[in-house]
Design a protein around this ligand. Sequence first.
Ligand code: SF4
Length: 218
Amino acid sequence: MNKKLKDNSTYISDTLLKLFPTTGIPLNHENGFTLLVAVLLSAQCTDKRVNQITPALFAKAKSAKEMLKLSVEEIDAIVRPCGLAPRKAAAIRGLSEILVAKWGGEVPQSWEALEELPGVGHKTASVVMAQWFGEPAFPIDTHIQRLSQVWGLTKSHKVEQIEKDLKSLFPKDIWNELHLRIIFFGREYCPANKCDGKQCSLCQELFPKRRPGKYYSK
Ligand code: SF4
């Protein structure tokens, strides 16, 4: 591996560790099922908004079995502020049916089983595997996608390739905390479309010769 790239990735993970020593899970949840539902709801929606609406949903249903007592319409009415509500409500009802029918109501610790659930793609499965089961995973969200390009950790714009590139750059035992630290950094310091690539000390350190706007245009 390119030494400069390896050094940069080590500098990034060390800096993020200092900035964000602890990595609490952003989505409020009480068990694996409620985390799965919260992650599903977070598609195209902020974690903050998800955390505002999940108390009402989880007060009615904290498990797949309890969720089946609600109709899609009832779920829809509660999750509407998250956007894409009809699709998300149908997915929550649908995955609850499968969890009860096939997995005794539990969330399976299996990539394949998770990704077969309605509304659950690879990213949602990765978050649940990492944040609930502690399995090494690198869920790629919009912040990670942007920052891995800004920091030169990938040349790709494809999520699948970015995930492969990051997994090859960083040791497996830090993936779960690192993905959260990159998200925290993105939220706090690197808003989309508002930088010329020279504002933070991290980018200045990594790319002292970077010309503003060359790598990260507005
Ligand atoms: S300098 Fe700009 S592009 Fe680099 S991390 Fe900071 S905000 Fe993001």
